[in-house]
Design a protein around this ligand. Structure first.
Ligand code: SF4
Length: 344
C-alpha cells in the first residue's frame, strides 16, 4: 500500500533521474525522456510514458507515489483573484493565490505549511511551522492550477519563508527555469524573503530570479518588534549582501513594505529608508495591511499612503502602492488555511 512518505517521480531533477535510470538499467538519455513527460507534458503516471520499456513502466508505477493533486477548495474574489487551498501529502493545508490582471496572470505560491519566522502582522506566522514543502509540492501548486496555461508570473510570497526551505525551493526553481523543465524565464519569477542571510547568497548565486525583501521598517529595534528575524539576521546585513550583486540588468530587487499606520510611515522612516537603501537600484512596494483577527495594526487612509509614497519618490526611490486584491476572500496570507485547520 502506498503511504504519504513514499518517494515521488515528480520533482526529480536530471541528476536524480539519471541515477534512477542507472538503477533501472535504462540508458542515460532515458532521464531526458522522463523529464519531458514530467515537466513538458505534466504527466507523472509511468503508464503513459510510452517510450520506456513496459517492464520499467510497471516498476516505476509500483515504486513511486503520485505527487500531483488538485486543489481541495477555492474562494473567488469579486476582483477575479482566486485563492486555492491545496492539501500536502502529510495533510497540511497550504494556500496559493491566482491574481489575473489585464496583461499578466500571477500565481503566489507557498514554500512551507505555516512558518516559523513569527512576523507579528502575518496569519501564517501565527500558525508556526508545520512542514517545509518538497519541490514537488511547490510545483504542484502550479501544475494542478486550473489556470496553469494562463500564468505569466510566479511569486514565492505565499505561506512560509522560502530561504528556510532553500534546498527544495532551489530544486523547484531549477525545474521551473531549465530547458529540460518548464523552460520559464527567471525574469518571470520573484522569490521573497524576510532576510535569511546565510541562504541569501545561495539563492543569488544559484539563480537569476528577481528578489523581494520584506523590509517593513528600517530601524532595527522597531523592525525586531514586528519581525523577530531581525534579531538573527539584521536587515542592514541583508542590504550589505545585496550590495555585492548587480541589480541593474537581468534581475531586480524590490523591498516589500506593509504600511502600518503611525508605526512605520513617518518622515523619520522616509529618511532612514533612503539612508539604508542609498545606491541600490531598487523599488519599494507599499502594501496595505490586510487585517487579521486580534491584530493591533491598521493600514493608514489612502491619502497618507500616497503622501508616504510621494515622500520616498521625491528622495529618489522608485515607490509604488500595490493594488489590494482579494480583500473579500481572506486576502491576508494564511487566513484561509487557518480557517481550514480550525474546521478540521
Ligand atoms: Fe513567515 Fe512571511 Fe509570514 Fe513572516 S510574513 S511569518 S516570513 S510567511
Amino acid at each position: 500500500m502506498k503511504t504519504a512518505n513514499q518517494e515521488t517521480l515528480y520533482g526529480k531533477n536530471p541528476q536524480q533521474l539519471a541515477a534512477l535510470c542507472l538503477e533501472e538499467g535504462l540508458p542515460r538519455f532515458a532521464a531526458g525522456q522522463i523529464a519531458r513527460w514530467l515537466y513538458k507534458r505534466h504527466t507523472e503516471d509511468p503508464a503513459q510514458m510510452t517510450d520506456l520499456p513496459a517492464a520499467v513502466r510497471t516498476r516505476l508505477a509500483q515504486r513511486f507515489t503520485a505527487a500531483l493533486s488538485a486543489p481541495v477548495r477555492v474562494s473567488e474574489s469579486a476582483d477575479g483573484t482566486r485563492k486555492y487551498l491545496f492539501r500536502t501529502r502529510a495533510g497540511h493545508p497550504i494556500e496559493s493565490a491566482y491574481i489575473p490582471e489585464a496583461e499578466r496572470a500571477t500565481l503566489c505560491v507557498s514554500s512551507q505549511a505555516g512558518c516559523r519566522m513569527g512576523c507579528r502582522f502575518c496569519a501564517t506566522g501565527r500558525q508556526g511551522l508545520q512542514q517545509s514543502l518538497p519541490a514537488e509540492e511547490i510545483l504542484n501548486q502550479i501544475v494542478s492550477l486550473p489556470e496553469r496555461d494562463r500564468l505569466t508570473n510566479l511569486v514565492f510570497m505565499g505561506m512560509g519563508e522560502p530561504l528556510d526551505n532553500t534546498d527544495e525551493v532551489l530544486r523547484s526553481l531549477e525545474i521551473l527555469t531549465a530547458e529540460w523543465g518548464f523552460g520559464w524565464s527567471p525574469k518571470r519569477i520573484t522569490v521573497s524573503t524576510a532576510g535569511v542571510v546565510p541562504q541569501l547568497r545561495r539563492l543569488l548565486d544559484a539563480t537569476k530570479v528577481h528578489l523581494a525583501v520584506s523590509l517593513h521598517n528600517p530601524f532595527p529595534e522597531e523592525r525586531a518588534a514586528i519581525m523577530p528575524v531581525e534579531r538573527a539576521w539584521p536587515v542592514a546585513e541583508v542590504v550589505r549582501v545585496l550590495r555585492e550583486y548587480d541589480f541593474t540588468h537581468q534581475r531586480r530587487v524590490s523591498f516589500e513594505y506593509i504600511v502600518l499606520s503611525g508605526l512605520n510611515d513617518t518622515p523619520r522612516h522616509v529618511r532612514e529608508l533612503c539612508r539604508l537603501l542609498n545606491g541600490i537600484p531598487c523599488r519599494i512596494n507599499l502594501i496595505r495591511f490586510h487585517r487579521i483577527p486580534e491584530s493591533p495594526y491598521f493600514s493608514p487612509p489612502d491619502e497618507e499612503m500616497i503622501r508616504f509614497r510621494d515622500a520616498l519618490t521625491a528622495r529618489g526611490i522608485q515607490t509604488t502602492i500595490r493594488a489590494s486584491r482579494g480583500e473579500d476572500i481572506q486576502a491576508a496570507c494564511g487566513l484561509l488555511s487557518t480557517q481550514e485547520k480550525a474546521r478540521q
